[in-house]
Design a protein around this ligand. Sequence first.
Ligand code: FES
Length: 147
Amino acid sequence: MENFEPEIVAFCCHYCAYTAADMAGSKRISYPANVKIIRVPCTGKVDAIHIMKAFEKGADGVYVAGCLEGDCHFKNGNTRARYRVEHVQKILEDLGWGQERLAMINMSAGMGERFASTAFEFTEKIKDLGPSPIKITNTDKHHKAIS
Ligand code: FES
């Protein structure tokens, strides 16, 4: 898996993780290009179907990054997001794909360094895990459909 470059989708809350990514950029703190950010108004808007779609469309890893506990601008959106992430982790585990490809992370808008270190750590973890079996299944299905 030496040359494996994972595709990672990060659902980032506009008020914290997305701003933290911006902060990392303005401080010239780099983070892996593997991480593709999807800005959401609050992590409470991220549903299980969005996470599963990200995997289905080829993500090797997905994380949801929301405000710190108790700091959600919509009261408890990040709590609901954590509940949903845990629910999808259980589904992934039950399907035998492993729950470690999905994570819930909390940070504040000022945590540019944490945004970058999270992106690095998660990318390394997914590199160790290898390509997503969900993606492989989709590729196989595609190959069967065109052959
Ligand atoms: Fe950031 Fe809800 S507003 S997680």
